[in-house]
Design a protein around this ligand. Structure first.
Ligand code: NAP
Length: 478
């Protein structure tokens, strides 16, 4: 299957003749090709978005909200397609692709339809004047997304961006282009005005960087790795583009000695290994209080070893393949490093799988103990099914360890005393912390990190704020 760019309301061939292979992570087999788009393809997409600006920004909020609902309806009718394409493209279990990716892609459009419909400006009265604050579109947006949650994250940007009157050019990861293509099919089917949403396939260094530094792009919303984020920021800064960066994480799960062990074991396993540990929010360093360390770690290992790893299309599968051979190599490198750093691998290795899966990117969930809390493996983002476990004495020490990393995205605290949990959570320098749960999302709440985890917030009114320019008109009373 050869994919095409979607520009100005039409699927279009790219200008060159170079292609990128799309491989199935579970088998290593090629199943599609994406265009390696050139700067002139990016130009065409940006021009289409620019031309569509005038008409789209004039549409009322409720008209734009209606379009978001139409997209949500059509996406919902293709729920199973989203799940199966995402599972095949990323190697994640079909049950996860259904419950998380398909579900959130639809609900992102529905949620922002409602928010945009209800969004109102503000009025600030002074004794002698009135301030009228309105939110105007920024202009043309570049939306760049990673491979771990492809449509989930793309829809999280597209919906508020176009809802607030911007037009956009999307650049999904070359590794997982299938559901971005599906979204363009949906946009085409519902008849969204041409140029409002455009899609350019290609690699990050080519299409991605051309898009970010394009003169006619007014804002950049980027989700991806920290290193790439710094390059994106560098390219966008000289032109003073509005920029949002959602980057990597090294998140702690803190298990206090008064926790409900059953709940904590299940929660910490889910947080450590969902999507093979390839979620920016994954709790990849597990900090356990002295008094329950042996009990908890024993139960934790049992639970990890009971997870079913294998064919992503099997409904029973809980863990699938890693995204690419290159990424697998990186993860294996960290496991080797963990041993060099003095760690003990408590469980891990390679799963025994049927022949058709032999060419895939497989590794068993791995747990390492005995590492120093400032070792590279326990402070750097591995972004795979590798969790390090550490012992702590009291709440202050847990907080100190959790804060001992340059990242600041998320964390979780497991305790029988929610006020103790809240106090610990408040001391952690991250954008988000969960107490006795993980990845429990209210879409109105802010999402984002501090430090090397990024700049800015997404979610609810924060997304609407980023994708608009607040403008004040101050009228002096007669
Ligand atoms: P990545 O390598 O940084 O790539 C992210 C996106 O940027 C891809 O579309 C990539 O295109 C593109 N890109 C690469 N170089 C670029 C450049 N110079 N200019 C513009 N775009 C460029 O990240 P990834 O490996 O796909 O994703 C994993 C990372 O994302 C992890 O660090 C994870 O923590 C982070 N993440 C963060 C969040 C969050 O909300 N904070 C959510 C999910 C993931 P190609 O892939 O085609 O090269």
């Amino acid at each position: 299957m050869d994919l095409m760019n979607y520009i100005n309301g039409r699927f279009q061939a790219h200008s060159g003749d170079e292609w990128l292979e799309v491989l199935e992570p579970a088998t290593g087999r090629q199943f599609a090709r994406v265009p390696l788009s050139s700067p002139s393809d990016v130009d065409s997409a940006v021009l289409a978005a620019r031309d569509a600006q005038a008409g789209w920004r004039e549409a009322s909020q409720s008209e734009r909200a209606d379009w978001l609902d139409k997209i949500a309806d059509e996406l919902e009718s293709r729920y199973e397609d989203i799940a199966s394409l995402e599972s095949r493209d990323t190697g994640k279990p079909i049950s996860l692709a259904r419950a998380v990716d398909a579900h959130r892609s639809v609900s992102n459009f529905r949620f922002f339809a409602e928010m945009v419909r209800e969004h109102q400006g503000e009025v600030f009265e002074m004794p002698d004047a009135t301030n009228f604050v309105t939110h105007k579109p920024v202009g043309v947006g570049a939306l760049i997304t990673p491979w771990n949650l492809p449509l989930y994250l793309l829809s999280w940007k597209v919906a508020p961006a176009i809802g607030m009157g911007n037009t956009v050019v999307c650049k999904p990861s070359e590794l997982t282009p299938m559901t971005a293509n599906l979204l363009m099919e949906v946009v085409d089917k519902v008849g969204l005005p041409p140029g409002v949403i455009n899609l350019v396939h290609g690699d990050g260094r080519g299409a991605g960087s051309t898009l970010v530094s394009h003169r006619d792009v007014d804002l950049v919303s980027f989700t991806g790795g920290t290193l790439t984020g710094s390059k994106v920021a560098e390219a966008a800064a000289p032109q003073f583009k509005k920029i949002s960066l959602e980057l990597g994480g090294k998140n702690s799960s803190i298990v206090l000695d008064d926790c409900d062990i059953d709940l904590a074991v299940k929660g910490v396993v889910r947080s450590g290994f969902m999507n093979q540990g390839q979620v920016c929010l994954c709790g990849s360093r597990v900090l356990v209080q002295d008094g329950i360390y042996d009990l908890f770690v024993g139960r934790f290992i049992e639970e990890v070893e009971s997870m079913k790893i294998g064919d992503p299309s099997d409904e029973q599968t809980e863990l699938g393949a890693l995204i690419s051979a290159e990424h697998l190599k990186k993860v294996e490198g960290y496991i080797e490093l963990a041993k060099e750093e003095g760690g003990t691998v408590l469980t891990g290795g390679y799963p025994c799988l049927p022949k058709p899966l032999a060419g895939g990117n497989w590794i068993a969930p791995t747990v390492v103990s005995g590492l120093k809390t400032d070792s590279r493996c326990s402070t750097e983002e591995i972004f795979g099914p590798v969790v390090t476990v550490h012992r702590f004495h009291d709440d202050e020490e847990a907080v100190r360890i959790a804060n001992n990393t340059r990242y600041g995205l998320a964390g979780s605290v497991w305790t029988g005393d929610t006020s103790r949990g809240k106090k610990v959570a408040d001391s952690i320098h991250t954008g988000m912390v969960w107490v006795n749960t993980w990845l429990h999302r209210d879409l109105r709440a802010p999402f984002g990190g501090v430090g090397d985890s990024g700049v800015g917030r997404e979610g609810g009114k924060w997304s609407l704020g980023f994708f608009s320019e607040a403008t004040n008109v101050c009228v002096k009373h007669d």
